[in-house]
Ligand binder design. Sequence first.
Ligand code: NAD
Ligand code: DAU
Length: 355
Amino acid sequence: MKTILVTGGAGFIGSAVVRQFINDTEHRVVNLDKLTYAGNLQSLASVSDNPRYRFEQVDICDATELARVFREHQPDAVMHLAAESHVDRSISGPAAFIQTNIVGTYTLLEAARTHWNTLNAERKAAFRFHHISTDEVYGSLGETGFFTEDMPYEPNSPYSASKASSDHLVRAWHHTYGFPVVTTNCSNNYGPYHFPEKLIPLVILNAVNGKPLPIYGKGDNIRDWLYVDDHARALRLVLEKGKLGETYNIGGWNEKTNLQVVQSICSILDELHPQGAPHNKLITYVTDRPGHDQRYAINANKIARDLGWKPLENFESGLRKTVEWYLSNDAWVKGVTSGEYQNWVQSNYTNRSAA
Ligand code: NAD
Ligand code: DAU
């Protein structure tokens, strides 16, 4: 049994990783999360009573608190998911992205490296720092081609530039200090517990509520979609078997235009939630995102070939599951849309810890 420190474990992907570790392995998990607007402990309600789960409300920019957490929990590995993750927010307010994604990653690397240096030879050799990143660091593709691990970085948004910076820091800590890192770059995730500022949950919830479905520009931008649990499985595999200093691209070979995605959600809702059908009458074309990347597409051959990973869901099965989840998880949805989840943290979590 190992102790895995997961940063950003109260977020969309981090919570899927934590749930998998607790449900499918024997490992202990320390979830370190600042609980920004995107952090929601209700996403972990199914595992939070497990004795192998611990929560630490800590900012990754806080070196003192990080040192305490490493000292107290003595992790065998770090999976670093904490980040500001929304491209539109990075355009209207880049400061938090620079702070968390760059300064925070630097601060975490230093805390982890200090801890690593205190370990005995056996634990030191087994230690891993897994940095979770995005395909957006590669920039935008034309009509053909795929992102491969050896492509030059060409980030276009404040978000992707901040993630690219963090990838470079992680790489440098390996090259300079021999710090044992592995990095993954993944395409667009979707699935349960996704914060409804991102396209898929936003469209599902707006459609159910008869609100406009905003499509930026012409809706012809292409994203490559991966079901979140497939991503979480890939991350666990890379942590366990990935080669130090390597990067692995993760993607589902599921390219869709944004309009196709929205039309598919509307068709599923017409069947599962016929009130308001046809839902595609709500589609509304709005001003484009500044600097909007045209196309992302991951070549996921390396992780398939070297580690034997492949996704279990295709886009049709994953999207149907996702819509069904939003339709049947009213309490989570209401908590998030009303903002109540942030009060829940204060009143429930703090009291429970004190008890
Ligand atoms: P998210 O926004 O849902 O969650 C981010 C989490 O990080 C939240 O719980 C938040 O409270 C926490 N956090 C933010 N700032 C923090 C700080 N300073 N200290 C501690 N915790 C902090 O993000 P997500 O979609 O789950 O993405 C997780 C990671 O995966 C990110 O690094 C992101 O760049 C990467 N990624 C996301 C996608 C995607 O499609 N969502 C795809 C590829 C890579
Ligand atoms: O590619 C991986 C990235 O995917 C991750 O690194 C990011 O953290 C994650 O947020 C996601 O970024 P995108 O910008 O691709 O995701 P988003 O859901 O914001 O938008 C998906 C596409 O849909 C994009 O082309 C913009 C468009 N869009 C988005 C919203 C929110 C719309 O047309 N309308 C909308 O209302």
